[in-house]
Structures are given as structure tokens and as C-alpha cells.
Design a protein around this ligand. Structure first.
Ligand code: FES
Length: 367
């Protein structure tokens, strides 16, 4: 029996895909099409009804979260948008089936046009700024998804994209033909497990990235550098760009998994406060009060366990969906891979990583 049938106890009613309850910032969107883009990845295109078009307006590079009930458990996942930002009637994401990825495998095997999914409004900081015209991108695997949307925008505004794109082999290259059709994009492909004429062999390692830059030092004049994919590639590219003197502000990166070795954006701050804190959380204009031990559960866990609909997705300090602002007192975070130094200085925290560090703490998700 397929997973869909196990999930919903029905044979065919694929349009009944829902979550247990409606979440703030999410809407039920109809799936217009599900298209295989490689043997292991699908592009899922959603119709955006007229009344939701402004809510789903996005900046190229951003992502949406999807939320499904799977075997009685609510699952949320973030997927980058790959569609053209100038088309406000649809929005598309690419989902690559990953090993042990129950949601990604289900999407690849069972998701069909006509079904409905609960999809969040677009979010994320990984986005193309209006003044960025000359762009260099390093992507690997499904990390290409937001880059396609960025490439389409650059094409529209007369910008230029130099893309370095790594994959295992030829057949795992997502959106190869679409990039070929964009005249303002140049692509250099790297295949780690296949030797093929016209394609570079190897991974986007530190040495490889460094070599590519040395071969064309004009790349360093780009307005922005976008890095998207696994941790190893992002770490390598960040390190090389820093060595070549590229300012940190020009380098945007998006992780697809919680990293193992990468240093967080801000180091974990020691929490010297011990004991219980009186915490107030403002969520959807409601004030939720509770006591929380500085060494106990995170703020997100506590609020969610109490039945409130606090926003989240990865729970690993990567996606930024759980962001809130400290209005009074102090909180410390274990991991932060997504908030910028400026946001941290303004008092923003990732609630999936935050615990109180003062006797009184007031935070707001509504800021
Ligand atoms: S839920 Fe993703 S950073 Fe907290």
C-alpha cells in the first residue's frame, strides 16, 4: 500500500491532502502539475488564486514551507522556489528524493496534480537584491533550485549569472536545459562520478573553486555571490571567497541540511543565568506566559508543546522560520546558521535554539 493510502486511509482521494489544523501564514494550494525533472526529483507547480497573489509574491532565492500529516505526525519541510517571480499566478518548487527523507520520497512517488497541499507564504533572506546585476553562484545538487529563479530574474533585468554547478552524474543535473536557454547565464558543470565530454570532472572542492576564480579574476568583481547546496561545498566556497578578499556582505548562502562541521554565523553564547525565568511570548497578538528553566527546553518547544501555533520548519537553526524578537531581557542561542549579525544585534533570536538568560524575558513573533 502506498504511503498516501496509509496516511489518509483512502484509495485515491489525493486532493484530500491536509494537515490537522491550519497554520498561520499557510494556505491550501492546488497542485497544477508534478513533473519529473530528473529520475530523483520533481518540480511541483501550485496555482495561486487571485486573492493570494500578493501574499505569494516572492523575491528570487526565497523558499516556502510545506506541511503534511504523515503517519499521524505533522511534518514540515522548506523548499526553495524555482519559478519565475514575474508570474504571479503560479509558484513552483523542486523536491529531490533524499535517502530516508519520508516527505521528499512521498512527493516524488505519490504527489499528483489536482492534490492540495498546505504551503507557507514565501520567506528567507537568501534573495537577490534589486541592485545586484552581476552574480556568481556555486550550487550543488538540489541547491540549484533558488538559483533558477535568480537566473530568470537576472535575465529579465539584463544582469548576468556565472554559475558553477556540481552533480554526481549527467542524469542528476536538475534544470540543465532551462539554464542552457538563458542567454545571460553561463554554466560550468562539474560531475563527481562521471567523466563526460564538455563537462568538468570532480567536485566543487576548495581547490576547484579556487582554480576557477584564478582562471577568471573578473568573477571577483561580481555584485553578489550565491552559494547553495551541501555544507562541504558552501564551506569551501566561503573560505575561498574570503581568501580572495570578497567582503562577507556580498556572500549569501543557503544550507539544505543542519551542518555538522561549519561554524555557526554567530558562536553559541554561554548562558550564565541559572534557574527559572518568567517568560512572556507574544504570538498573533496573544500573550503567553510561562516559567522556563535556562537549561531546559527551548522556547519553541515550550510554546509548541503548550498547543500554540508558533512558526518553525527545520528546528536546526538553519531556516530562520522560527525567528522572534527579544523585547525585554535576554536569551541565548545554541546554533545560528541563518540570522545575520545585524539581526542578532537588533535582538532577533531563533526560538528553536533559544533559552532564557535573564530572570524575565519577553519575546515577540509578531515583530
Ligand atoms: S525552525 Fe529553522 S531555524 Fe528554527
Amino acid at each position: 500500500m502506498g504511503l498516501f493510502k496509509k496516511m489518509f486511509g483512502k484509495e485515491e482521494k489525493q486532493t484530500n491532502v491536509t494537515t490537522t489544523k491550519k497554520h498561520k501564514g499557510y494556505h491550501d494550494l492546488n497542485i497544477q502539475s508534478v513533473e519529473k525533472v530528473t529520475p530523483e526529483a520533481v518540480r511541483v507547480t501550485f496555482d495561486i488564486p487571485e486573492e493570494l497573489r500578493s501574499a505569494y509574491h516572492f523575491t528570487p532565492g526565497q523558499y516556502v514551507n510545506i506541511c503534511v500529516m504523515m503517519n499521524g505526525q505533522e511534518e514540515r519541510r522548506s523548499y526553495s522556489i524555482c519559478s519565475d517571480a514575474s508570474d504571479n499566478s503560479t509558484i513552483a518548487i523542486a523536491i529531490k528524493a533524499i535517502h530516508k527523507g519520508n516527505v521528499s520520497q512521498w512527493a516524488n512517488e505519490e504527489l499528483k496534480a489536482g492534490a492540495t497541499l498546505q504551503v507557507s507564504e514565501p520567506e528567507g533572506h537568501f534573495k537577490l537584491a534589486s541592485e545586484e546585476q552581476q552574480v556568481v553562484a556555486f550550487a550543488a545538487g538540489s541547491g540549484i533550485t533558488p538559483i533558477l529563479s535568480i537566473a530568470k530574474k537576472l535575465q529579465e533585468k539584463g544582469g548576468k549569472l556565472h554559475l558553477f554547478y556540481g552533480n554526481k552524474n549527467f542524469e542528476s543535473i536538475i534544470f540543465r536545459q532551462e539554464f542552457d536557454q538563458l542567454s545571460n547565464t553561463t554554466v560550468k558543470h562539474f560531475l563527481s562520478q562521471e567523466e563526460r565530454e564538455g563537462f568538468n570532472h570532480g567536485r566543487l572542492s576548495k581547490e576547484q573553486i579556487s582554480e576557477q576564480i584564478k582562471n577568471d579574476l573578473n568573477l571577483l568583481k561580481a555584485d553578489a555571490f550565491f552559494l547553495c547546496g551541501p555544507e562541504a561545498m558552501i564551506s569551501a566556497a566561503k573560505e575561498v571567497l574570503a581568501l580572495f578578499g570578497v567582503p562577507k556582505e556580498k556572500v549569501h548562502f543557503e544550507l539544505y541540511t543542519t551542518p555538522v562541521n561549519m561554524k555557526p554565523e554567530t558562536p553559541a553564547e554561554e548562558n550564565n543565568f541559572t534557574g527559572k525565568s518568567k517568560v512572556s511570548v507574544i504570538l498573533d497578538d496573544e500573550r503567553i506566559n510561562f516559567e522556563l528553566d535556562s537549561k531546559g527546553k527551548t522556547i519553541l518547544e515550550t510554546v509548541s508543546n503548550a498547543g500554540y501555533d508558533a512558526p518553525y520548519s527545520c528546528r536546526g537553526g538553519v531556516c530562520c522560520t522560527c525567528k522572534a524578537k527579544v523585547l525585554e531581557g535576554k536569551a541565548t542561542m545554541t546554533l545560528n546558521y541563518s540570522l545575520t549579525d545585524e539581526e542578532v544585534a537588533e535582538g532577533f533570536i531563533l526560538t528553536c535554539q533559544a533559552r532564557p538568560a535573564s530572570e524575565k524575558l519577553v519575546i515577540s513573533y509578531d515583530e
